[in-house]
Design a binder for this molecule. Sequence first.
Ligand SMILES: Cc1cc2nc3c(=O)[nH]c(=O)nc-3n(C[C@H](O)[C@H](O)[C@H](O)COP(=O)(O)OP(=O)(O)OC[C@H]3O[C@@H](n4cnc5c(N)ncnc54)[C@H](O)[C@@H]3O)c2cc1C
Length: 349
Amino acid sequence: MPAARDSHTTTDTVIVGAGPIGLELAVSLKHLGVDYIHLEAGNIAHTVSWYPKRTRYFSSPARIAIAGVPLITDNGEKATREQYLAYLRGVVEQFDLDVCCYEPVQQLERQTNDRFLLTTPRGSYDASHVVLAIGDMHAPRRLDIPGEDLPHVSHYFDEPHQYFRQKLLIVGGKNSAVEAALRCHHAGADVTISYRGRRFDPKSVKYWLLPEIEALIEHKQIHFIPESEVESITEERVCLRVGDKPFCPPADFVLLMTGYVQDPTLFRMAGVTLHGENHAPLVDERTMMTDVPNFFVAGTAAAGTQHKFRLFIENCHPHVRKIVRAITGQTPPAELVNTAAETFGLAES
Ligand SMILES: Cc1cc2nc3c(=O)[nH]c(=O)nc-3n(C[C@H](O)[C@H](O)[C@H](O)COP(=O)(O)OP(=O)(O)OC[C@H]3O[C@@H](n4cnc5c(N)ncnc54)[C@H](O)[C@@H]3O)c2cc1C
């Protein structure tokens, strides 16, 4: 972790967050000569970096490419997490983007002169425009049940090897739960899935995974406990409620694939109105400016905490063009912003 320092910098624009959309925005601002600072809590694409290893994107490479740089995968397949991370590192190198990594914004204040003061462990920044491109997955959606923090319980799936010949109970019924179940089953884990639904929703599971998981369940290769809720977890067992009956199967490991929530703190500090079930920032979709003047949101951060996924990389590229126009009055060169959303009509649903 870089050493703390106590600097103060004045700039025109601060971008917070160097995920795919924050990076695409930086390329355009740099191209137009805007004086900007780019702050990132981890290294670039931190969210992508904690995906399970070798996760394969459901979007085609063309839809998640940024800044006009083609994402080429061998035989045109969907990219993996590792390929996309390498690709994003390449984009940063190609445009020599200056990203201040390991510099989380912890304080944000709108000053009386309508400028913004942002504070990190390494310094403070005074800016007239701020863009929050902080994403929407900052912490796991907790179940708040006894045993949730035991060492054999996790909200993050990394890779399957550690579950070889272990009893693994996975909680969840969407893509991440199904993908973890299949990969761990094929790695020799004894997998049980607890899901509060009766059956998996085809809209929430990648189409190429559903037939396989349903066949494995039908042939009792994977145990499936539908309409079940987790009540507590002990060192040896997971106590479920199935209908009105308790059922406590044994488990050596537990994966709680229950999704993630957005941390709205920076929006609240700026005075942005959060609305709806997702607590999404109130935004003018023509400019991506929030209801606080010169305070913008880009990428999935605009969706708040997503229950039903609405925003992805592939339909957030237009945010870049809107924000650059609002800040500079200029339109970024067409080749610098991915047009997949327009081309494929991937409007925000
Ligand atoms: C397993 C998995 C598979 C997915 N597959 C796809 C897919 O196929 N197609 C698709 O379009 N989307 C997919 N997504 C969703 C995709 O990850 C997100 O849509 C994407 O990461 C959003 O990009 P972003 O730039 O908006 O935000 P993020 O990538 O989340 O980047 C936000 C950045 O902001 C930083 N940050 C947060 N808070 C602060 C702070 N206070 N100070 C400084 N920095 C901060 C974070 O560290 C992070 O690097 C998938 C997600 C998961 C988990």
